[in-house]
Write a protein of this length. Structure first.
Length: 179
């Protein structure tokens, strides 16, 4: 096996990305402190053709060299919006027909592998602060709480890892259902 060269990957240009049909998923970052995690969210969102990222509360926003270190230019392709309040952002998204899904450990949460996204459903995935998770008031306003099953002794994943896991599962399921 020979590794592919970058020019062989047939990646979208910035213009191609902007014009491409997006996955009907929005990412909401609830008070994310690490600019590297924010940059990673942009890069992962670009990889999965995510519609938009909402940067809420203390979450940093572009332009920022620390975000760019991990975003690698994805801040130019992925649409984003800053909101002072995560609650305001999710209320706006609800008005626009999005199902609000917090990714958190909670009573009566739905395990990620048990969640089924409806064919034309628009969803907003809320990912929380590195220490405190998704704010309880945001969990209270959510339509669903998704939990990533964990088998080891630690109680959480890094937020950027959680974003990757959840998006891979949902986008992979969507691709399988389209074929």
């Amino acid at each position: 096996m020979q590794k592919l060269k970058n020019e062989e990957l047939k990646r979208l240009s910035e213009e191609g990305f902007k014009n491409a049909r997006k996955t009907p998923i929005v990412i909401v970052l609830d008070n994310i402190r690490s600019l590297h995690n924010v940059g990673s969210a942009f890069r992962t969102s670009d990889a999965f053709l995510i519609e938009k990222i909402y940067l809420c509360g203390v979450t940093g926003s572009p332009p920022n060299k620390e975000i760019e270190k991990t975003a690698l230019g994805a801040t130019k392709t992925v649409e984003w919006k800053h909101s002072k309040s995560t609650l305001d952002a999710i209320r706006e998204l609800k008005k626009n027909g999005y199902k609000i899904i917090s990714v958190e450990q909670a009573e009566r949460s739905t395990k990620l592998h048990e969640f089924k996204m409806l064919k034309d459903e628009k969803i907003a995935l809320v990912f929380g602060n590195e220490v405190y998770g998704v704010e309880q008031e945001v969990v209270d306003e959510s339509d669903v709480v998704l939990e990533i099953p964990q088998l080891g002794s630690k109680h959480s994943f890094n937020v950027s890892v959680s974003i990757g896991i959840v998006l891979w599962q949902l986008v992979n399921e969507r691709i399988a259902n389209e074929n």
